[in-house]
Design a binder for this molecule. Sequence first.
Ligand SMILES: C[S@@+](CC[C@H](N)C(=O)[O-])C[C@H]1O[C@@H](n2cnc3c(N)ncnc32)[C@H](O)[C@@H]1O
Length: 341
Amino acid sequence: MTLIAFELSGETPEIPTAEIVGALESENIDFLVKYQLEQVLVIETSSIDAVLVGELASRLAMTRHIIKVSGISYANLTDIISMAERMDISKTNSFTYNVRAKKIKRKSPISSEDIERGIGKVLYDRGYKADLVKPDIQYRAILTDNKCIFGPVMASTDSSAFERRKPHKKPFFYPGVLMPKLALALVNIARTKEGSVFLDPYCGTGGIMVEAGLIGASTLGCDVQRKILMGAKMNLDFYSVDYSLMFQDAGGMALRDDCVDCIVTDPPYGRSAFIQAQSLEKLMKNSLCEMYRVLRPGGRLVMVSERPVETWAENAGFRLGDMFTQRVHRSLTRRITVLDK
Ligand SMILES: C[S@@+](CC[C@H](N)C(=O)[O-])C[C@H]1O[C@@H](n2cnc3c(N)ncnc32)[C@H](O)[C@@H]1O
């Protein structure tokens, strides 16, 4: 059994963990959550190899580093150093190292430099050489919730990719779009994987479809504004993802029963949203029934909304899963509801 730690970005407390769980489940990986700490999730597994870790790092939005845990200690210098001394590391000829310490929310009174120097000395005394520029092994010590999680970095994520995919940098922009980082996290929570059939029935400019397409799903999208659909086409072509777009109402889709694996959607809400329906309530009720119909048994819907959708979703047949809230601004809190068929 191996312990793997995921160092999480800190913008929301629960979504990064749910994202990892969704991504692991989508790949049918057996695992057990060992510790759920502030900005760190530690799992125990025997079925992850370096290739899979690389793949996870390329698709997780809210993880920064994936670390193979060599030791866990209390977050004081004496315990951290004695953990490093007990650490089982196999020596190879070309082993150079660097140690980086990260204090989550700067809570610990020990300085990062003291930790880096202390662990570095243990490694040096064992015959390894430091290389601050291009080390063979990058070690990370993360101090969180009075614990220190320590080990070599197996893979890191590329957060600059999200900067490049920001909505206003895409060929077609229209306001009211989810940020790509959140969109990808939701796509992972929906257990999307390579080869999945993915649907966004309120696709707008295709932002969520782009994220699902980039991890290898075949994506389908519907919208009722022709101009926006043409914009979605431009965006999806730009990222060369697999897609089909339909000019149709989310409350009545020309799709057969049980034909999609996962759905992530961001229906209209807020004062300026374009809504084609008698009322938003009617549209939500009808489209939840439609999403339930087209989703395969075992499939998952992740829905963003302003109002609670639980009762409508249960009436449509869904089982309720997690629910997250995210404050967007003073008058808007986003709800993210996970629904299973
Ligand atoms: C919040 S936007 C979705 C934004 C989208 N996630 C994106 O990346 O651009 C909601 C979309 O729902 C569409 N819409 C409104 N009524 C609809 C209906 N009855 N059926 C399908 N789409 C509808 C609007 O045209 C709008 O593009």
